[in-house]
Design a protein around this ligand. Sequence first.
Ligand code: PEP
Ligand code: MG
Length: 824
Amino acid sequence: MLELTSATIRLHATAASSEDAIRQVGQLLADAGFIEPAYIESMLGREQQANTYLGNGIAIPHGLNEHRDLIRRTGIAVLQVPGGVAWKNGEQVRLLVGIAARSDEHLGLLANLVDVIADADVAALLASTDDPAVVIQHLGRRRAGAASPASAGAGDATAQVRMGSAHGLHARPAALFVQLASGFAADIQLAYGAHTANGKSLASLLRLGIPYDALFTISATGPDAHDAVAALQAAVESGLGEAPGSAAPAPDAAEQFRWQPASALRPLQGVAASPGLAVGPLYHYRAQRVVVRDAPAAPEQEHDALRQALAAAHAQLGQLHQDVRARAGDGDAAIFLAHQALLADPELAGQVGSLIDDGHSAAWSWQRAIEERVAAMQQLADERLAARAADLSDVGQRVLRLLVPAAQAGPQLPESPVILVAEDLLPSDTARLDPRLILGLCTALGGPTAHTAIIARSLGIPAVVGAGKALLDLPADAQAILDGGQGAIYLDPTPADVESARQAQAELSRLRDAEHATRYQPALTLDGERVEVAANIQRPSDAEVAVQAGAEGIGLMRTEFLFLERAAPPSEDEQYQAYAAMVAALNGLPLIIRTLDIGGDKAVAYFDLPAEQNPFLGVRGLRLCLQRPDIFRTQLRAIYRAALEGPVKIMFPMVATLDELRAAKAIAEQVRLDVGAPPVEIGIMVEVPSVVMMAEEFAREADFFSVGTNDLTQYAMAMDRLHPTLAKQVDALHPAVLRMIAQVVRAASAAGRPVGVCGGIAGEPRGAVILAGLGVAELSMSIPSIPTVKARLRGISMAQAQAVAQRALACATAEQVRQIPLAV
Ligand code: PEP
Ligand code: MG
């Protein structure tokens, strides 16, 4: 990390304007020999493009990326303007931290700044202090880095301590720590990873999020410092009033809070479908089935009505698929594609068509054909096939509601937060539930693999299924506690039970808050190895959201979403605007733009692509781009134009052969020369087993690899990732896939190429630990996973992650990989 010395700190400055202030802090950098004076203009240029105001009166002016060559060596400088200077957003800035960074050495400093920003008192102190040492202490001092915990803490007494409490420093043990610490006169500080906390402040301690077995430092300054450190060390090591931990796995947050009612309440027992606790009133949700009478018009009109209803239902399902996919990923959204397929069933169409020709209405004919099929499926012995009857019934009702406009409304949804109770829920019912109003849900029928359960999990709604018909007789509005992790629902809980359930909920949410509060800290493992954590996004506006969530860049921009749901492809300018907007929002953080990945599950009508027997094995991704150079060139032009404005890398999807990569790179190079853009790194997605086997050859020609485990798993296992019954087995933690990733990492590191993973598994804490242990340098994931994954990686050493990864490679099944304790 950077050292800050008094030579680059100027206190008590005045500034006429933000420009004047930036020039002064820039001059400090120049005088110290960190930059060429011309870099100051670049700092002003950056400020015009983007605002470097951070909060609490602090701004961090720095130059544009393309002027990094004006930086002689990485350094920082601090200008204090106690009287304040107006910033362009109208805020008063009283502390400027000028940054000249050749790489990312300033991240540790930023982590310190995040603490300062969160603490108005410290920010005010830094803006008014007369003592440069105070500034150095808060901004420049090397904190208790994970790499060198022994260096942490500068007090009269210091000790390195291992957290003995089984669930880490959560609320109860932290409260005990504060109580003990407050009995001493000395000031007490804890240092963990890149952060420090006041040992007498509960809020401050909780923000550290110290897990079981982690090494951290206690230091004390004052008359009884030695006694304080000795007493606190003993208390921490003996578990702080909690059962001391064993070498058992550090459970993931949701597993930590197993709730038990204190009273003798007997639950209605169902099947655990989605973990979490819900406390609230019951609400009976009764699907209103549309039943139609036969009132036919002329057959032509009825055929027409059916065609329109089918087209509208197809469009609704497409929208639902997009929505659920964006929220929950491919696997969970797949059911709506299966529904679309049911709509297109030729036998069904044939039967309905003949009934209409026989003089029946479209609605009646459709209802009759669906009911016959549903009844036949319900008779099937195979449980999973019988469950598909619910899907067919769902599709049937959707079309009937379109054919009979009076029935459009569908079932009533609650207007205030409730535990929703239903006989069964159709997948589309579940998808339209608003998680803010549905505290939990419980169904009489259904099993844990039903799509309802899967969607509830992905929406984070606690759920119990298969609770039996008795559920439907429970009084509406009765108070209940639903425990999704245990599959139980308790009626009329005592106030003490409600209280303890709420406490358990609060603890979990505190843990999530602690993860959120530390989201800007880099994912440094306990032994000081850094794993980059980036975001997968699909809309330009996501870039800013990703940074706010702690992303250190964009590891995958799925550009195909710019092409979907429109009548014509986006123009070069339109694409350029989108890419340039992301570059600006990222403010120097890296952006990997993946070229178009159309085909497979993502179809675009205006490309006029022939229907394919096996779309996932057909003209998809880079193959399509090579067949349609017009589309490819336009996109590459837009990307290279955006590359003139900030760091951009290009990534090709669905590469299978070296020839494809060579052809694509040749086109890219021509486009680059046309545009007059600088060279950018060109990498590939590793999604096809042929690339794994040829990784050594690919590593000579691609600048980086990003493993798309969603596709790599489907192609390795020969299981369609969207298949209604197979999709759940397409588990990227299967040892077959992990061994492939290990092979790719070996080949890439021999050639000095970095490997990232941007498939869904990178965003699962378990997956992240294993991938890090396999040597994956960058994990890119959906935005909500970022704070949790970063916290998880900060709580484990790389040596532990490697041991877990080695065990995973030796497993025979994905289930075994999912059982490995994460702290071995
Ligand atoms: C993947 O295949 O893992 C991937 C990240 O790409 P997509 O999900 O967009 O196919
Ligand atoms: Mg893919």
